[in-house]
Design a binder for this molecule. Structure first.
Ligand code: GLN
Length: 462
């Protein structure tokens, strides 16, 4: 991370980021820019440095903010028409924490509307393009965040991960992404997707950068009762794994997994062996049900969280309405993207009387089985290894007409969210055509730093 000091001016860091963002405009990483305010903040930091005052651990570091975090700078749209003119009444705790350390938001990064999606094609403002190949998707839902880091516009970006939205775009753009243990970072001030799955994290180009940003964001917040005490307290070097044993989830080496992706996972396992780890295959059949469990629980929570957008309290309100019902109906029709509506429909269906037991309750029970399978595996292994996504980045438009194909994208990434365990995505290789492929390490709760330590170790040994 390049941090402002006597020799490196914050203003220069921010200007360089803004210039680079302009150069890369056709990738559409950002929904809105924060130019004037970013330069003003940079000047303040430079003045403090000149006076010899203490500045933070992220002094003058430009970052991209996924546009579902509330911040006083600009409007938070969540990439939806519903909020396309929504000034934030509060500041997300994660934003407050990185900015207290001097980080400077240069723009609000594009995403799938309300973070529903795996390609950033569900954005009301249009898709973000992949940093390696403009004819392909950047992944999602944190596609703008990932591309902005990969294109060297910013040094890090904030993202949210409900079922892979940090890790999959990180993998699709050849960078690192961290989905921490559930409750590590406050969800306060982030537009809610599915509250029992939502995890706030970051994307960057190295394990050390991820570690730095996460250590600043982590920790209890009285405004989010699900946050846990700060455990992100060690130097990365000290977070060593105890067993030095890794399990590859063998159920995810074939069926439905692109052979180039499987090969990358196996190659990464070899690198792990070279770095001194014992790597074994472990079969975890319940993991195959992860996607089905996720696509019941997640829409159920989405339906509940999105019910607040009614055109009355805040956000978009349709015109030409005749009565209360038409305000609700028209507003929600105009404000939501088709994918948002699909999830509201599925969610209300699985929660409705007569179907609740068959779907929602059953999914919750299966979720417990999945958690048990993890716990059992972690008695033996420090971490589990599998791909992040079943295939390299796909073409724009390839899956937009087929929601099920799009959901299949998430079969590997939703697993960590269902169990609330941490997962780090790290670049692992390239396809024959030069597209990035990432792998993920999944570990027990609060082993986040250990996962980063392992991945860093493997990278160095290779
Ligand atoms: N791609 C997954 C979905 O569409 C995950 C989204 C997310 O993590 N926000 O639900």
């Amino acid at each position: 991370m390049i941090i402002a000091d006597k020799n490196t001016k914050a203003v220069d860091l921010v200007r360089a980021a803004l210039d680079r963002a302009k150069e890369c405009e056709d990738y559409h990483c950002f929904i809105s820019m924060n130019e004037a305010r970013a330069l003003e903040r940079a000047r303040e930091i430079d003045e403090r440095i000149a006076k010899g005052e203490k500045v933070g651990r992220l002094a003058g570091v430009p970052y991209a903010l996924k546009d579902n975090y509330l911040s006083p700078d600009g409007v938070t749209t969540a990439a939806a028409r519903m909020l396309d003119n929504f000034p934030s009444p509060i500041t997300a705790t994660a934003v407050a924490r990185v900015e207290a350390e001097g980080a400077i938001m240069i723009g609000r990064a594009n995403l799938d509307a309300f973070a529903h999606g795996s390609s950033t094609e569900n954005s009301y403002f249009g898709p973000t393009l992949n940093s390696y190949d403009k004819s392909r998707v950047a992944g999602g839902s944190s596609g703008g965040s990932a591309a902005a880091v990969a294109l060297d516009i910013v040094q890090f970006a904030l993202g949210s991960d409900t079922g892979g939205s940090i890790r999959q775009p990180a993998s699709y753009n050849g960078i690192w992404g961290m989905k921490p243990t559930y409750g590590t970072v406050s969800r306060y001030g982030v537009v809610a997707m599915a509250s029992s799955l939502d995890a706030m994290g970051c994307l960057a180009k190295s394990a050390d950068d991820i570690n730095l940003v996460m250590s600043i964001m982590a920790g209890k917040d009285p405004k989010d009762s699900t946050t846990i005490d700060d455990f992100w307290t060690r130097e990365l070097e000290d977070a060593k794994p105890k067993k030095k044993k890794i399990g590859i989830i063998s159920d995810f080496l074939k069926d439905g997994i692109d052979p180039e992706v499987s090969k990358t996972v196996l190659d990464y396992a070899k690198k792990m062996e070279k770095a001194g780890y014992t790597v074994e295959e472990i079969s975890m059949p319940i993991m195959r049900y992860g996607l089905a469990i996720y696509y019941i629980i997640q829409p159920a929570e989405v339906a509940s969280n999105l019910s607040r957008y009614d055109g009355i309290r805040y956000g978009h309100r349709a015109s030409d309405t005749t009565d209360l019902d038409s305000i609700y109906g028209k507003t929600r029709d105009e404000g939501f993207m088709p994918e948002n509506k699909r999830r509201i429909m599925i969610g209300n269906f699985v929660l409705s009387s007569g179907f609740y037991d068959a779907y929602y309750l059953k999914a919750q029970k299966a979720r417990t089985l999945l958690v048990n399978a993890y716990n059992e595996a972690f008695e033996k292994y420090d971490a589990l290894l599998c791909a992040v996504a079943p295939a390299p980045p796909f073409k724009l438009g390839e899956k937009t007409d087929d929601p099920l194909q799009m959901y299949m994208e998430d079969m590997l990434s939703v697993l960590a969210n269902l169990a609330g365990v941490p997962s780090v995505a790290t670049p692992a290789g390239k396809s024959k055509s030069g597209l990035p492929i990432g792998v993920q390490l999944i570990g027990p709760r609060q082993s986040d730093q250990v996962l980063l330590n392992i991945a860093k170790n493997v990278e160095e040994a290779a």
